[in-house]
Every structure is written in structure tokens, then in C-alpha cells.
Ligand binder design. Structure first.
Ligand code: AMW
Length: 215
């Protein structure tokens, strides 16, 4: 059975800080408009039929790169010829996963039409399964496209986060949590213990569970 990181129990600890952060430093932009931008799916994709989705590929011996990181194949739970989905090293909520193009592309704008279609259709498929698996009722899809948008790994990735009532004090605080830099977290929140990288074994266990959802 999937064992969840102790980080999840720290969310209530994170949220008061996020709340204070809003009070002390007014956002330079509306979180609502950011959320809308982050989650907007290209209109041509809303009409796409599932036939555009590349068929799933066999997994096992393949190698995957996530920016500069070589990803252990055991952490990947779904893949097509153009995209793959992996569990997160430091998930913010249960089921926080990433969907990436196989090609190492830094910016969303650099994806081909086929890669863009496949990436979002893969995200849709993964999101549907994880929402159900985690017994949640909503999903956050987010891309931080470029370093000034908060991207820390220079390889396009869609964050998928199953959401449920009360997971964050205010819904949009999830975007702050995605954006918070490691340094800021360790300095201000002393979350070293909770935020430490998960082991390959723990991530592989989670990926094993999710892989069964796509058989
Ligand atoms: W970004 O700030 O670039 O939008 O998000 C990077 C995400 O990638 C974070 O959620 C982080 O936890 C995750 N991450 C970083 N390195 C790895 C890795 N080697 N394997 C899985 N997830 C990773």
C-alpha cells in the first residue's frame, strides 16, 4: 500500500506562513489571474479526440531525463512515445506528479504541436486516474514556464495535484507552495525534515501503485 510522506501532514504548518506572506507582501499580480493562465488548456486541444494521444509505451528498461536529472525508470508510471509521467521527489499533496515531454525542451513554446497535444492529453489521462485513486474531487494543473515564472528544472513539466476541500487554507496558496524556493523553505519554515528528498524506493512504490491504473 502506498505510504505517504510525512510532508503531507505538514501542510497545515505551511499554510499559516503562506497566509502571513500574503498579508506582509501584497502580490504583484492577481493569484486568480495567474491560476487561470497556468491552467488554461490551448483551445484547439479541448476538441482533440483521444486518438491524438500516442499509445502507451512499454516501460522498464527505458531511460528518461528530467532536465539535468537522470530519472530512474522505476519512478515513471506512464509513458507514450512523446511524453512520460513520473512521481515527484518532493510532493506537495498526495498524488502530486509531473508530466513531461520525452524530448528535453526548456520552454512550453518550444514544443511541437504533436508534443503539445500529447503532453496535455497525457496530463488529462493521468489527472483523471489520480483524482479517482486519491478520492479527490478536483485537480490543479500548473506549468511554470521559464525561470522568472518559478521554473527550477529546465525541462517543460505539468504539475498535476489532486485537490480536496481544506488541503490548503486558501485554494490558490497551492501556487505559492509550488513556487516556494528550497532556500526560502529551509530558511523560513525549517521544514528540512519534511522536505528532504524521498528515497528511490519510496518513489518506486508510489509509481508501482499508479502503474496499475493504466493497465
Ligand atoms: W518547477 O519549480 O521547475 O515548476 O518544479 C520542479 C518540480 O520537480 C518540483 O515539484 C520538484 O519537487 C520536482 N523534482 C525535482 N527534481 C526531481 C526528480 N529528480 N525527480 C522527480 N521530481 C523532481
Amino acid at each position: 500500500m502506498l505510504k505517504l510522506s510525512p510532508l503531507f501532514s505538514s501542510l497545515k504548518f505551511i499554510t499559516p506562513f503562506l497566509h502571513l506572506r500574503h498579508l506582509s507582501t501584497p502580490p504583484r499580480f492577481s493569484l486568480h489571474s495567474t491560476a487561470a493562465t497556468l491552467t488554461r488548456v490551448p483551445s484547439n486541444l479541448t476538441r482533440a479526440s483521444s486518438s491524438f494521444l500516442q499509445p502507451p509505451t512499454e516501460m522498464g528498461s527505458e531511460s528518461y531525463m528530467f532536465g539535468p536529472y537522470k530519472i530512474d525508470a522505476r519512478e515513471v508510471f506512464y509513458s507514450t512515445q512523446l511524453s512520460y509521467a513520473l512521481v515527484n521527489l518532493r510532493p506537495l499533496v498526495p498524488g502530486h506528479v509531473l508530466v513531461c515531454p520525452r524530448r528535453e525542451v526548456k520552454r512550453f513554446l518550444d514544443l511541437s504541436a504533436d508534443e503539445t497535444s500529447d503532453l496535455w492529453l497525457t496530463a488529462q489521462k493521468v489527472g483523471r486516474q489520480l483524482e479517482s485513486y486519491h478520492n479527490t474531487s478536483s485537480l490543479t494543473f500548473a506549468i511554470q514556464d521559464g525561470p522568472q515564472a518559478g521554473q527550477t528544472v529546465p525541462h517543460v513539466h505539468i504539475h498535476i495535484l489532486p485537490r480536496k476541500s481544506g488541503d490548503f487554507e486558501k485554494n490558490d496558496e497551492i501556487y505559492d507552495a509550488i513556487d516556494l524556493k528550497e532556500k526560502e523553505l529551509t530558511q523560513k519554515l525549517d521544514l528540512d525534515k519534511e522536505r528532504k528528498d524521498r528515497s528511490v524506493a519510496e518513489m518506486a512504490d508510489e509509481a508501482d501503485e499508479y502503474r496499475k491504473l493504466f493497465l
